[in-house]
Write a new protein. Structure first.
Length: 307
């Protein structure tokens, strides 16, 4: 009888648990409103819908929009651009990890904090400002372009803003410059959580700083690196809209147009809502499959997983 009463009491939440649950409600509400409710718009991909008309007056076309979207060779090119830029953008993680390790080795705390502030600051600059800076430096009349022209005596035929051959690398480089410093904070926090006794034991065994980094710091950061990689793979097809909206131009559009910008162009500029919805849906399904696949692979390799 007492056991039954105890199990019955355990069903009730304590005051502390209710407080924690209440703190999560705003996040749950935001996710529901901005992530789950918009999914009701997926129904437009199955109709020949036009803006200004009721959905009930639109013809049901089934999977015709999906077949048309992925039968277009340009869509495959956009997907290729997205994957290339996203996979190159994953270099942000090892670079951020290296930055955190280097900063952790700096003993002068004021200098370390100053460097952290400087490299973290670009993350809080909007892409509009970044484009303005890039335009002032790399446009035809930009500072760096004019300086190179004065040194070589030749005006450049194409700048970094209008060169199809280097457009992808330029986008990736800007993204890494903007986010690597901020991402290094996570790795720096992981380094501070490493047991100092490991380093003390390594010193006793005669290990120098390089060996301590190689055999203690780096292995301790691998679980964090793996988790962040799994999360980033989930967003492999969502590599940002603002950056490409600012930097796209007719000369390099074929090289840097990604799915997010393509969906915007179809839906907002060409008013083709069903086709843009179909492309966006497929992007979501592929992202989910990638997350579960990489999570399972990571669990098999080193036992680390997110899901």
């Amino acid at each position: 009888m007492e056991v039954a009463k105890r199990s019955k009491k355990r069903r009730y939440l304590t005051k502390g648990q209710l407080v924690l649950l209440g703190m999560t409600l705003p996040s749950i509400l935001l996710i529901t409103v901005f992530c789950y409710l918009p999914m009701s718009g997926w129904i437009y991909s199955f109709f020949d819908y036009r803006i200004g008309y009721k959905l009930s007056n639109s013809e049901f076309v089934g999977l015709a929009n999906f077949r048309y979207a992925f039968g277009d060779t340009y869509v495959l090119k956009v997907i290729g651009n997205t994957l290339i830029i996203s996979f190159l953008g994953m270099l942000n993680l090892p670079i951020a990890c290296a930055i955190a390790i280097l900063l952790s080795e700096v003993r002068f705390s004021k200098f370390r904090r100053a460097v952290q502030t400087v490299i973290t600051l670009p993350n809080f600059i909007s892409w509009v400002i970044v484009y303005s800076i890039a335009f002032a430096l790399f446009s035809t009349d930009g500072l760096i372009t004019s300086l190179i022209a004065s040194i070589t005596g030749q005006a450049p035929t194409a700048t970094l803003l209008s060169n199809p051959a280097t457009a992808k690398l330029f986008m990736v480089g800007l993204n890494i410059w903007k986010s690597a410093g901020y991402s290094s904070i996570i790795f720096f926090a992981s380094i501070t959580g490493i047991d100092p006794e490991l380093y003390d034991a390594a010193k006793v065994d005669g290990a120098g700083r390089w060996h301590q980094i190689k055999f203690i710091t780096v292995p301790s950061l691998l679980p964090t690196l793996m988790v962040l990689a799994i999360i980033q793979v989930g967003f492999i097809l969502n590599n940002g809209f603002e950056q490409f909206y600012c930097f796209v131009n007719p000369v390099i559009r074929d090289q840097i147009e990604v799915l997010d910008y393509y969906v915007y162009r179809l839906g907002m500029l060409q008013n083709d809502v069903p086709l843009s919805t179909a492309v966006s849906m497929c992007k979501t399904f592929v992202s989910v499959v990638l997350v579960f696949s990489v999570n399972k692979l990571a669990k098999k390799i080193n036992g680390q997983s997110v899901i």
